[in-house]
Design a protein around this ligand. Structure first.
Ligand code: PGA
Ligand code: ZN
Length: 428
């Protein structure tokens, strides 16, 4: 049974305040969870509460902390720690809004995940097994971030994320080893060219490249020089985060005014933008594109899906915001073919699982994901194994809030031993 619940304000990887929740059981078992936060948020994400006062420049989360301690806790104390579904529904009723604006998704998610963690500890079994049962055995392919653009760095590149995908590894351990090698080879290449090797929010380099093709050429070079076969061993994945640069029905490729004045055509119509993504896919070993189009540009999404949907993975992040109704609409209209799963876009474990199940039923790939503002909490690593999900996106092979997830997956692979299976060539 739940004996006590206590929330507090801590700091995330960007130094912004976030919520941490402790759930304590009658046996004095502690379940602790902390909540991530995005920079390029989808319009329809569940609402995270921010205090909006002078402290912490408006970013404090003490209202959400208060809601946990004074509104949610009194309702949950004495309830069984194992009743996740009942507890999640109870909190949702307490909130009573569609987008969780009353209690805040940050308050709600913190409690939901801390309850799961306390329950697994109470039973003395790993989290992935508590959620997924004895058939949880699959280690995901990591989409490892190596270049940060968009809202995640000061780099001039408008696409937000460039990732490498070690599809040809035999184990998760080997996948990390391959990612590490390419990441450091890229660092060497950039250094030699006099480009900055400073990193952005998710641990990828935030150098000032000439353009998108320049980024991809450097990545390809690092794959080759590491001795790997593009496509067969390492693919490339993009997150355009296109909602961030779609303005007045144009995809605006310039992040800064100085490039705006360049001769290159930097404002593309949706057709030109789709053609460019198609061109990139033909020229480089790109196997996945996330948020290729703006979240409200459904005509653009249709165009992109018709153009590339049979060849590569097209992932909806801002488009679906981990929510069943949005995904259902996408399925009906045949938009994209995959979904990014972010626990804080929807706000409880139960709803996250509903979305994952809907995607599986309709043969949309699930990709479990971190946020650009994250914490040392490694819950999503367990979540991916719990549901045998083939892919996880959790940043670069550096920065502790990113490696905490990879490290947990390394532990899980070791723990599963002979029963573990690396999902590997998921796209073939
Ligand atoms: P965010 O970025 O956490 O800043 O939203 C991650 C993503 O867009 O996938
Ligand atoms: Zn995204």
């Amino acid at each position: 049974k739940i004996k006590n619940i206590k929330a507090r304000q801590i700091l995330d990887s960007r130094g912004n305040p976030t919520v941490e929740v402790d759930v304590i059981t009658n046996n004095n078992i502690l379940g602790r969870a902390s909540v991530p936060s995005g920079a390029s948020k989808g319009e329809n994400e569940a609402i995270e509460l921010r205090d909006g006062n002078i402290e912490f420049l408006g970013n404090g989360v003490l209202k959400a902390v208060h809601n946990v301690n004074n509104i949610i806790a009194p309702e949950l104390i004495g309830k069984s720690i194992m009743d996740q579904l009942y507890i999640d529904k109870l909190i949702l009723n307490l909130d009573g809004t569609k987008n969780k604006r009353r209690l805040g998704s940050n308050a709600i998610l913190g409690v939901s995940l801390a309850v799961t963690k306390a329950a697994s500890k109470e039973l003395n079994i790993p989290i992935y097994k508590y959620i997924g049962g004895i058939y949880a055995h699959l280690l995901p392919v990591p989409l490892i971030n190596i270049i940060n653009g968009g809202k995640h760095s000061d780099s001039s590149i408008v696409f937000q994320e460039f990732m490498i995908v070690p599809v040809g590894a035999n184990t998760f351990f080997e996948a990390i080893q391959m990612g590490y090698k390419v990441y450091y080879k890229l660092k060497e290449i950039l250094s030699k060219k006099g480009l900055s090797t400073n990193i952005g929010d998710e641990g990828g380099f935030s150098s000032n490249f000439n353009n998108i093709e320049d980024v991809l050429d450097n990545i390809l070079e690092s794959i080759h020089l590491s001795g790997y076969e593009p496509y067969d061993q390492i693919g490339i994945a993009l997150d355009c985060a296109a909602s961030e640069f779609y303005k007045k029905e144009k995809y605006n490729y310039s992040k800064f005014e100085k490039i705006q004045n360049n001769k290159e055509k930097i404002k593309k119509s949706r057709k030109e933008h789709v053609n460019y993504l198609s061109f990139l896919t033909k020229r480089y070993p790109i196997i996945s594109i996330e948020d290729g189009m703006d979240q409200n540009d459904w005509d653009g999404w249709k165009l992109l899906t018709n153009e590339l949907g049979k060849e590569i993975q097209l992932v909806g992040d801002d488009l679906f915001v981990t929510q069943v109704d949005k995904l259902n609409k996408g399925i009906k209209e045949k938009i994209a073919n995959s979904i990014l799963i972010k626990v804080n876009q929807v706000g409880t474990l139960t709803e996250t699982i509903e979305t994952i199940s809907l995607a599986k039923k309709n043969k949309y790939n699930n990709i479990i994901s971190h946020r650009s503002g994250d914490t040392e909490d490694s819950f999503i690593a367990d979540l991916s194994v719990a549901f045998n999900i083939e892919q996880i996106k959790t940043g670069s092979v550096c920065r502790s809030e990113r490696t905490s997830k990879y490290n947990q997956l390394l532990r899980i692979e070791e723990l599963l031993g002979k029963n573990s299976y690396y999902s590997g060539l998921f796209l073939k």
